[in-house]
Structures are given as C-alpha cells and as structure tokens.
Design a protein around this ligand. Sequence first.
Ligand SMILES: C[S@@+](CC[C@H](N)C(=O)[O-])C[C@H]1O[C@@H](n2cnc3c(N)ncnc32)[C@H](O)[C@@H]1O
Length: 420
Amino acid sequence: MLYFPGMTDATDQRLAGQYEAYPYPRRDKRDEAKRLVVGSPSHLREIDYWVFGAARPASRTLNALFAGGGTGDGTIMLAQQMASLGRPGQVTWLDRSAAALAIASGRAETRGLQNITWQQSSLLDLAGSGLGPFDYIDCCGVLHHLPDPAAGLRALVSVLAPGGGMGLMVYAPHGRTGVYMMQDALRRLAPPDQPPAQRLDIARRVMKHLPETQWLRYNRNFDDHINGGDAGLYDLLLNPRDRAFTVPEFAALLGDAGLRVACWVEPIRYDPAPLLPDPRLRAKLDTMDATERAALAEALAGNMAVHIVYCVRADEKPQRPDPSLDTAVPVCREISGETLASGIRPDGTMAVNFDGMRIPIALPPLASAILPLIDGQRSVGAIGAILAGRGTKPDVFATSWRQTFAALERINRVLLAAPA
Ligand SMILES: C[S@@+](CC[C@H](N)C(=O)[O-])C[C@H]1O[C@@H](n2cnc3c(N)ncnc32)[C@H](O)[C@@H]1O
C-alpha cells in the first residue's frame, strides 16, 4: 500500500488508499456537457437563504471551501452557479486524493470554469495553513470517515470567516439499515488489510447471492453497490471507517464546535407533526425543543440515511429573512414556479416523496396563481400588484403568500433570493 504522510492511524491510511484507487463518486468529465449535478448542501440558492438569511448582497465576494471535495460534485455545482449568475468569488476544492483532483479538475476544465482553486492536502491541517478565511464551507460525506470528527469540525471552524456558515452532510443510522451488517460480513470475508481489488472481488461474489432476508435488499435508499461502479460498492460496503450520527449525536457534535443549526434539510422531514396526526400525541410536541423534535422525526420516520444541515456560529445573531416584505424576492430552488403549480392536485395539496415517505403539502387556492409569477427577479410587492390587477384583494394575497411560502420553504423548494 502507498504511504500517505500526515495520516493519523492505519485505518486512515486505508481510507486514503481507497479514495486514491476508487475516487468517489464515480464521474466522467464528458457528462458535464449533458447535465449539472445539483443537490444539497451547497446549492447557491440555499446558501443565500439558509446561511445568509437572504441578506448578504449577491455583489459581495463569496469565498467558499469544499473540504473533502472528492470528484467535485459540490465544487462544480457552486462554481458553475456562481459563474452563470456572474457572482464574484472563489471556490476552493480541498482533498487528499490526487485521483479525485484529476477528475474534479477535468470536470471544471470541460466547463471552462475559472473560479476554482485546487488544494491537495488534509482538512485536518487547515488551521495555520494560510488558507481562508472562508465565508462558506461545505463538508459533505467526510466527517464520518475521520478518526476524530470533532477534530475535523474544529479544523473547519478555524478557517470560517466571521458571519460565515457551513453546509454539512453526515450519515444517519436508521436509513442505512443493512449497510453496517454487510460491512461486518465483508470485513470477516475480506479483511481491510487485504488489497482493495481483492476485497472488491469478494464483495461482488457476496452480492450475487445476498440472502433474501438481508436488510440491504429491502433498503431503497441505496443503489451505489449495484450501479455505483467499483467506487460506489467500495464506499458503501468496504469503507474502512464510517460511522452514522443520530440527530442528538450530530447536534452535540455541532454544539461542541460552537455551531448551531440554521436548517435541517429538508425542514419538513425534521418536523414530527405531519407524522403524528393524533391531536393528543401532537400536543406533546409543544414541550419539545427543535433538536428533540428532529430526533423524534428521525426515529418515527426510520428512513433517514443522511443528515444535511446548514449551520452558523452559535454566538452570532441569526439573520431572520422576512418573506412578507414587499421587497423580498422569492426564488425557486430548482423546479420552476409554473411546474410547481402544475403539481397542485384538485384537493389543493402537493405530493412530495422523501425516500419513500409521502407527505401531502397543503396550499391555499391562490398558490396556483402566485407560483408561476415567481421568477427570482420579481419582488413580493410586484407579485401582489399583478394579482391585484386581476382582482385579488391585498389581504387575501398577503395571507395566501404567507401560507404558500411557509409550505414550500419547509420542503426547500421556494426560498428568498440574495439582494443585489
Ligand atoms: C465520500 S467522499 C465525498 C466526496 C464529496 N464531498 C461528495 O460529497 O461527493 C469523501 C472524500 O473525503 C476525502 N477525505 C477523507 N479524509 C480527508 C482529510 N483528512 N482531508 C481531506 N480530504 C479527506 C476523501 O479523499 C474523499 O474524496
């Protein structure tokens, strides 16, 4: 095995070796011509809203770090979104893996992106590295692989600019049912000290005859072991170190690092109320704080495989965006307002599906007229004026807008844009 300087233990050596042999996720730069991979965390619309409260001007330089950037999904997404919107700033990709660097930088080159800096090093060495400070830090799918996730998070906080925030993703246990059993089985058949290619061969043979009782067969959250190539199979089932965090464990990790959650993504998934229609049970929620409610939602839903959060420093004053201001500019995160409106059913609800869990979202009757007017440019006041011209009373618009925004913000579909 190659020797990677600065590693903290033998397992970390193996982890570094894995991402050198099988950079993750598997990506081909030729696909950049066909699509942009988008998601959470680190979508520019989400950063503007959940981290900066739709108060940080778009004209202000954004200095972002992707710590453990891998083959570049998040880095490319944010750099492309900033480039397309003419947003000033720089995205720094940082990872230990030279193989991941080659793929990520190839993708950026294919797109002609000029706003990315490449840094091959360990995130654990960030403090005192001269890098940063960063207004925004992404660390997606990395902390749970580290020998000491708290030390990793502290290293990130050390380069976070005042007023900045982070987008983090860690694994969650319940939705990974089957994964740790299979990791255990494979460790017994293919111990981690064996060459990676040999371990992969054994894993493939095991997968061909997976017992029909194995929970992984029922788990609809994954297909990496089937469709993710060598990198996907290795990352999911042969990873030398990954651990999952429950909501309280993750909240404690963040709290110890001096951070507080600005948003669990998607917010509605972390609200147990829709899962408890019985009013007597619902009343119990009133006594719970946000973390307890989120913990209950996690345990009740049983399907969360990851936790994604936006967080900011606990001692900094939260920016509370106000969607009712005439000057606020609503923006759809991905799906256009028109398409969202077309998904409203005759009973006034919209069906959303979170990893197999369907939650009906109730919308007011005026939502189908409001949503097509959202274009990321028009203000709430301007939308109200258009509808007033069609005979809608101002108070009816104000109430309907408040209800529409509250419902769609909770599913992370309609947010507020950064001011110019
Ligand atoms: C599962 S991949 C996630 C990649 C990317 N963030 C994503 O979500 O697509 C984990 C990445 O973390 C990197 N990594 C692990 N430990 C690291 C460390 N101490 N410093 C920098 N990168 C690290 C690995 O090289 C690998 O590319």
